[in-house]
Design a protein around this ligand. Structure first.
Ligand code: SF4
Length: 234
């Protein structure tokens, strides 16, 4: 099976599991989405969604966020990981938006990535979710899934993004990104589970990959190896 055929079959399975792909981070517009995505680094979406109502009540525009200042932003986001650096980033990017972009979030990769605290993945999320531009945000979870499913053999997220963009159509990148996130969260523990029971790994993961992952599991926690029989359809 080629990578493209695999991707097609995986896309059908993901469509069955997740026909709707709501954006997990609550937001009102491109600026509040940008803020939420910056906050989501090393923090769960659920936690970010607990923090943002109060933050946006105090400041939901670049002007208000810049006026709020680092110390108050930090207090409002203190339950998110890395609060000090995120507070500095939010104040800094708000100032940059005011000074360089007329107080608007630019729909442009280069301009977004030049903002404090905004890397390529954050810019990709904003481009696809706020502006509907083709972008495929890839984090370490998606990188790992792409490797398990044989869609990429890349060693880093940059190359995985390139490989995934080759096998999925641009108009589906944003949807597939969200479906992969949902699937990973709901189905994929970090390690120590049975690949033969999985609707995707059971046929998409190579034996070598499954064997490598099983080797990382402590013997007493490893599930019985049903991958061979699963492949035979028994
Ligand atoms: S086998 Fe595990 S890692 Fe692979 S897709 Fe299924 S649940 Fe995720």
């Amino acid at each position: 099976m080629t990578r493209a055929e695999k991707a097609e079959r995986i896309a059908r399975i993901l469509d069955d599991f997740y026909p709707r792909t709501p954006i997990p981070l609550q937001h009102r517009d491109p600026f509040t989405l940008l803020v939420a995505v910056v906050l989501s680094a090393q923090c769960t979406d659920a936690r970010v969604n607990q923090v943002t109502p109060q933050l946006f009540a105090a400041a939901s525009t670049p002007e208000a966020m810049a006026q709020l200042g680092v110390a108050r932003i930090r207090r409002l986001i203190r339950t998110c990981g890395l609060a000090p650096s995120k507070a500095r980033a939010l104040a800094g990017l708000s100032r940059a938006l005011l000074e360089e972009h007329g107080g608007r979030v630019p729909a442009d990769f280069e301009a977004l990535e030049a903002l404090p605290g905004v890397g390529h993945k954050t810019a990709s999320v904003v481009m696809v979710q706020a502006f509907g531009q083709p972008a495929f945000p890839v984090d370490t979870h998606i990188h790992r899934l792409a490797g398990r499913w044989g869609l990429s053999r890349a060693r880093n997220v940059t190359e995985t993004e390139r490989d995934l963009k080759r096998v999925f159509a641009p108009e589906h990148w944003g949807k597939v990104h969200l479906q992969l996130i949902y699937f990973g969260r709901e189905h994929c523990p970090a390690r120590g589970h049975d690949h033969a029971r999985c609707p995707i790994c059971s046929w998409a993961a190579s034996r070598a990959r499954i064997a490598r992952e099983r080797a990382l599991i402590p013997r007493h926690r490893a599930p019985p190896d049903r991958s061979a029989s699963a492949r035979r359809g028994s």
